[in-house]
Design a protein around this ligand. Sequence first.
Ligand code: SAH
Length: 215
Amino acid sequence: MLDTYKHKGMRKKLRDILERKGISDQRILNAIETVPRHVFMDSSFLEFAYEDKPFPIGSGQTISQPYTVAFQTELLNVEKGDKILEIGTGSGYQSCILLEMGAKVYTIERQKALYLKTKNFLQELGYRPKMITYGDGYKGMPTEAPFDKIIVTAGAPFIPQDLVDQLKPGGILVIPVGTDFQIMKRIMKGPDNSVVEEDHGSFRFVPLLSKKADD
Ligand code: SAH
Protein backbone atom coordinates (compact mmCIF):
# COMPACT_ATOMS: atom_id res chain seq x y z
CA MET A 1 0.00 0.00 0.00
CA LEU A 2 1.18 3.48 -0.85
CA ASP A 3 2.77 5.75 1.74
CA THR A 4 2.27 9.31 0.51
CA TYR A 5 3.25 12.80 1.71
CA LYS A 6 -0.30 13.11 2.96
CA HIS A 7 0.16 10.06 5.22
CA LYS A 8 3.52 11.37 6.40
CA GLY A 9 1.91 14.70 7.28
CA MET A 10 -0.83 12.90 9.21
CA ARG A 11 1.79 10.93 11.16
CA LYS A 12 3.60 14.14 12.08
CA LYS A 13 0.28 15.45 13.46
CA LEU A 14 -0.22 12.22 15.42
CA ARG A 15 3.31 12.58 16.81
CA ASP A 16 2.43 16.11 17.99
CA ILE A 17 -0.82 14.90 19.59
CA LEU A 18 1.02 12.17 21.53
CA GLU A 19 3.71 14.63 22.62
CA ARG A 20 0.99 16.99 23.90
CA LYS A 21 -0.58 14.08 25.79
CA GLY A 22 2.70 13.59 27.65
CA ILE A 23 4.85 11.15 25.65
CA SER A 24 8.34 12.63 25.83
CA ASP A 25 10.73 9.92 24.58
CA GLN A 26 11.78 11.23 21.16
CA ARG A 27 12.73 7.72 19.98
CA ILE A 28 9.14 6.58 20.52
CA LEU A 29 7.76 9.66 18.78
CA ASN A 30 10.19 9.06 15.88
CA ALA A 31 8.97 5.46 15.60
CA ILE A 32 5.33 6.64 15.57
CA GLU A 33 6.25 9.05 12.80
CA THR A 34 8.01 6.30 10.83
CA VAL A 35 5.69 3.26 10.99
CA PRO A 36 2.86 3.62 8.42
CA ARG A 37 -0.11 2.75 10.67
CA HIS A 38 -2.57 3.05 7.78
CA VAL A 39 -1.22 -0.09 6.12
CA PHE A 40 -2.20 -2.12 9.22
CA MET A 41 -5.85 -1.30 8.59
CA ASP A 42 -8.42 -2.12 6.01
CA SER A 43 -8.06 0.28 3.07
CA SER A 44 -11.65 1.49 3.52
CA PHE A 45 -10.73 2.93 6.94
CA LEU A 46 -7.67 4.89 5.86
CA GLU A 47 -8.98 8.21 7.14
CA PHE A 48 -9.06 6.83 10.71
CA ALA A 49 -5.49 5.53 10.70
CA TYR A 50 -3.90 8.59 12.26
CA GLU A 51 -6.54 9.47 14.80
CA ASP A 52 -5.55 8.64 18.34
CA LYS A 53 -8.09 5.82 18.58
CA PRO A 54 -8.08 2.00 18.71
CA PHE A 55 -9.47 0.24 15.64
CA PRO A 56 -10.92 -3.21 14.72
CA ILE A 57 -8.51 -5.38 12.71
CA GLY A 58 -10.67 -8.47 12.13
CA SER A 59 -11.00 -11.71 14.15
CA GLY A 60 -12.76 -9.56 16.80
CA GLN A 61 -9.44 -7.88 17.69
CA THR A 62 -8.18 -4.33 17.71
CA ILE A 63 -5.06 -2.37 16.90
CA SER A 64 -4.35 -0.46 20.14
CA GLN A 65 -4.78 3.30 20.40
CA PRO A 66 -1.50 5.05 19.41
CA TYR A 67 -1.32 6.77 22.83
CA THR A 68 -1.58 3.38 24.57
CA VAL A 69 1.14 1.90 22.33
CA ALA A 70 3.40 4.88 23.06
CA PHE A 71 2.60 4.86 26.80
CA GLN A 72 3.32 1.14 27.24
CA THR A 73 6.50 1.53 25.18
CA GLU A 74 7.60 4.43 27.40
CA LEU A 75 7.07 2.32 30.55
CA LEU A 76 9.31 -0.39 29.03
CA ASN A 77 12.36 1.95 28.89
CA VAL A 78 13.39 0.37 25.59
CA GLU A 79 17.14 0.26 24.94
CA LYS A 80 18.65 -0.57 21.55
CA GLY A 81 19.35 -4.31 21.42
CA ASP A 82 16.83 -5.18 24.17
CA LYS A 83 15.32 -8.64 23.84
CA ILE A 84 11.58 -8.01 24.14
CA LEU A 85 8.68 -10.45 24.35
CA GLU A 86 5.26 -9.17 23.24
CA ILE A 87 2.08 -11.03 24.21
CA GLY A 88 -0.69 -10.37 21.65
CA THR A 89 0.82 -9.77 18.19
CA GLY A 90 -2.52 -8.60 16.77
CA SER A 91 -1.88 -6.37 13.74
CA GLY A 92 1.88 -6.28 14.36
CA TYR A 93 1.92 -2.49 14.84
CA GLN A 94 3.40 -2.56 18.36
CA SER A 95 6.07 -5.02 17.18
CA CYS A 96 7.07 -2.58 14.42
CA ILE A 97 7.37 0.32 16.89
CA LEU A 98 9.74 -1.80 19.02
CA LEU A 99 11.69 -2.93 15.93
CA GLU A 100 12.08 0.70 14.80
CA MET A 101 13.63 1.40 18.22
CA GLY A 102 16.25 -1.28 17.64
CA ALA A 103 14.78 -3.99 19.88
CA LYS A 104 14.89 -7.71 19.14
CA VAL A 105 11.23 -8.70 19.13
CA TYR A 106 9.63 -12.04 20.01
CA THR A 107 5.84 -12.04 19.74
CA ILE A 108 2.99 -14.49 20.44
CA GLU A 109 -0.59 -14.52 19.10
CA ARG A 110 -3.27 -17.02 20.13
CA GLN A 111 -5.53 -16.65 17.08
CA LYS A 112 -4.22 -18.71 14.22
CA ALA A 113 -5.79 -16.70 11.39
CA LEU A 114 -4.42 -13.44 12.78
CA TYR A 115 -1.01 -15.00 13.45
CA LEU A 116 -0.74 -16.21 9.84
CA LYS A 117 -1.98 -12.93 8.39
CA THR A 118 0.37 -10.76 10.47
CA LYS A 119 3.38 -13.04 9.95
CA ASN A 120 3.05 -12.69 6.17
CA PHE A 121 2.21 -9.02 6.35
CA LEU A 122 5.27 -8.07 8.42
CA GLN A 123 7.46 -10.00 6.01
CA GLU A 124 5.97 -8.05 3.08
CA LEU A 125 6.54 -4.77 4.92
CA GLY A 126 10.16 -5.72 5.60
CA TYR A 127 9.88 -5.80 9.41
CA ARG A 128 11.66 -8.77 10.97
CA PRO A 129 10.76 -9.91 14.47
CA LYS A 130 13.21 -12.60 15.69
CA MET A 131 10.24 -14.85 16.28
CA ILE A 132 6.50 -14.65 15.68
CA THR A 133 4.61 -17.61 17.10
CA TYR A 134 1.15 -19.04 17.50
CA GLY A 135 0.61 -19.96 21.13
CA ASP A 136 -0.66 -19.10 24.58
CA GLY A 137 0.85 -15.91 25.92
CA TYR A 138 0.14 -16.85 29.55
CA LYS A 139 3.04 -19.28 29.23
CA GLY A 140 5.42 -16.75 27.68
CA MET A 141 8.17 -18.19 25.46
CA PRO A 142 10.23 -20.47 27.73
CA THR A 143 12.49 -21.66 24.89
CA GLU A 144 13.75 -18.10 24.25
CA ALA A 145 13.69 -16.77 27.85
CA PRO A 146 14.99 -14.79 29.65
CA PHE A 147 13.94 -11.39 28.26
CA ASP A 148 15.00 -7.83 29.08
CA LYS A 149 11.43 -6.65 28.74
CA ILE A 150 7.96 -8.16 28.34
CA ILE A 151 4.89 -6.24 27.10
CA VAL A 152 1.36 -7.61 27.30
CA THR A 153 -1.10 -5.94 24.91
CA ALA A 154 -4.34 -7.57 26.13
CA GLY A 155 -6.10 -7.24 29.50
CA ALA A 156 -4.88 -9.93 31.89
CA PRO A 157 -7.07 -10.99 34.86
CA PHE A 158 -3.87 -11.49 36.91
CA ILE A 159 -0.09 -11.30 36.48
CA PRO A 160 1.06 -14.65 35.05
CA GLN A 161 3.97 -15.97 37.14
CA ASP A 162 5.56 -17.53 34.04
CA LEU A 163 6.06 -14.04 32.59
CA VAL A 164 7.68 -12.73 35.78
CA ASP A 165 9.91 -15.83 35.82
CA GLN A 166 11.00 -15.18 32.22
CA LEU A 167 12.34 -11.69 33.01
CA LYS A 168 16.07 -11.17 33.43
CA PRO A 169 17.24 -9.61 36.69
CA GLY A 170 16.80 -5.87 36.05
CA GLY A 171 13.99 -6.65 33.60
CA ILE A 172 10.64 -4.91 33.17
CA LEU A 173 7.14 -6.32 32.56
CA VAL A 174 4.37 -3.95 31.43
CA ILE A 175 0.92 -5.49 31.73
CA PRO A 176 -2.66 -4.16 31.93
CA VAL A 177 -4.37 -6.08 34.75
CA GLY A 178 -8.14 -6.34 35.29
CA THR A 179 -11.33 -7.59 33.68
CA ASP A 180 -13.85 -4.76 32.99
CA PHE A 181 -11.02 -2.26 32.77
CA GLN A 182 -7.33 -2.61 33.48
CA ILE A 183 -4.72 -0.92 35.63
CA MET A 184 -1.44 -0.55 33.77
CA LYS A 185 1.16 -2.28 35.90
CA ARG A 186 4.91 -2.03 35.63
CA ILE A 187 6.75 -4.89 37.32
CA MET A 188 10.46 -4.31 37.82
CA LYS A 189 12.73 -7.18 38.74
CA GLY A 190 15.74 -6.15 40.80
CA PRO A 191 19.27 -7.56 40.34
CA ASP A 192 18.50 -9.87 43.31
CA ASN A 193 15.24 -11.04 41.62
CA SER A 194 13.07 -9.06 44.07
CA VAL A 195 10.02 -7.52 42.41
CA VAL A 196 8.58 -3.99 42.61
CA GLU A 197 5.11 -3.21 41.24
CA GLU A 198 3.87 0.23 40.10
CA ASP A 199 0.42 1.39 38.91
CA HIS A 200 0.14 3.70 35.88
CA GLY A 201 -3.53 4.54 35.36
CA SER A 202 -6.53 2.75 33.89
CA PHE A 203 -7.05 1.52 30.34
CA ARG A 204 -9.37 -0.72 28.33
CA PHE A 205 -8.01 -3.69 26.38
CA VAL A 206 -9.48 -6.78 24.72
CA PRO A 207 -9.12 -9.71 27.14
CA LEU A 208 -6.06 -11.92 27.40
CA LEU A 209 -7.72 -15.29 26.84
CA SER A 210 -6.31 -18.60 27.98
CA LYS A 211 -5.17 -21.33 25.57
CA LYS A 212 -4.79 -21.11 21.81
CA ALA A 213 -8.03 -20.23 20.00
CA ASP A 214 -8.15 -23.52 18.05
CA ASP A 215 -7.46 -25.82 21.03
N1 SAH B 1 -0.21 -5.53 19.95
C1 SAH B 1 -1.36 -5.50 19.06
C2 SAH B 1 -2.65 -5.25 19.80
C3 SAH B 1 -3.32 -6.50 19.93
S1 SAH B 1 -4.91 -6.63 20.64
C4 SAH B 1 -1.19 -4.49 17.95
O1 SAH B 1 -0.22 -3.74 17.96
O2 SAH B 1 -2.01 -4.49 17.04
C5 SAH B 1 -4.56 -8.04 21.67
C6 SAH B 1 -4.16 -9.31 20.96
O3 SAH B 1 -3.88 -10.29 21.97
C7 SAH B 1 -5.24 -9.91 20.07
O4 SAH B 1 -4.73 -10.10 18.79
C8 SAH B 1 -5.58 -11.24 20.75
O5 SAH B 1 -5.94 -12.27 19.86
C9 SAH B 1 -4.28 -11.56 21.47
N2 SAH B 1 -4.40 -12.47 22.60
C10 SAH B 1 -5.43 -12.63 23.47
N3 SAH B 1 -5.15 -13.59 24.38
C11 SAH B 1 -3.89 -14.05 24.08
C12 SAH B 1 -3.03 -15.05 24.64
N4 SAH B 1 -3.39 -15.79 25.71
N5 SAH B 1 -1.82 -15.25 24.08
C13 SAH B 1 -1.42 -14.52 23.00
N6 SAH B 1 -2.19 -13.58 22.40
C14 SAH B 1 -3.42 -13.35 22.93
